[in-house]
Design a protein around this ligand. Sequence first.
Ligand code: AP5
Length: 285
Amino acid sequence: MTTVTANGTPRRKFIGMNVIIKKDRSAWLQGPSAKCSAVPGEHKHPWRLILLGAPGVGKGTQAELLTGRLDVCHLSTGDVFRAAGERLDRDQSPAMKEALEYMRRGELVPDSTVWEMVRERSSCILDCGGFILDGFPRTLGQAESLKELMEKEKLSLSAVVNYELPLDEIVRRLSGRRTCGKCKSVFHVTERRPKAEAVCDHCGGRLYQREDDRPEAITVRLEAYERSTAPLIQFYKDLGLLLPIVATGSPGEIVAQTMDKLDELAAQRGDGDDRRTTLHLAPKL
Ligand code: AP5
């Protein structure tokens, strides 16, 4: 059974348990003036993860599936831009208007704008008791800024999960994607079909095709990925943080693989009990 909180955050309830599939992200999506209703998890070793991978590889889908299991917040920079794009024109800053133009074309938003946006939401990274960063960092400059911010607070990343997928499958995933205009859940016209045509299973919102999922924007995004984001694979490998995962198979299979690797990592580090995940409680996907 799925219920929806006042701000559209879906919660899914199961008999005898209450698994939140997506934590409230108001402060992340709307900025520091908004407060989240979600309570940070009480883990001694919360997961602090980055999801890397080309556009369309399934980062957002995996983040959505992992957050409930790991009791962390899903922080997507793309979602912040899209949420800003839905505001009235007069409520958008000139920097945000410019960022939305980059996004429509499929180009990366300049580092200075992205960092300003992340910096003003830094409490979501530093105080929220664990996170999954999806779509950030995307350049070496952004990765260095994040590293500096976390080092200053004596926090470290747990791992960087790198999802890998052949190009033709990436293009197929992107061109068939449909997104909920209200709660941002992601579907696919053939692979992850909503129960009712163009209606979100979680909150009943309308599903739409993202502007940057048009073929010409997809080409630009993949080029930007190769040029600016792919070098982060080596950057995080050198830091000993990279966890490569082949992203073929169903979302459920990929999340199970990811959870296995994270469990292994926690066991190696000797903090497996605190980090023990809730995979066994989760529904079959
Ligand atoms: P952003 O929103 O981050 O987009 P992206 O990285 O291009 O990633 P996507 O959201 O397109 O794909 P995904 O990997 O999350 O895949 P998904 O799970 O949706 O950024 C958008 C734009 O914002 C950028 O182009 C840039 O302009 C700007 N921007 C954002 N952050 C920035 C930054 N840090 N710096 C500069 N600019 C920034 O899945 C895709 C589809 O496949 C879905 O339909 C899904 O249902 C389906 N699917 C998922 N998994 C599977 C599976 N296992 N099998 C079959 N289908 C699947």
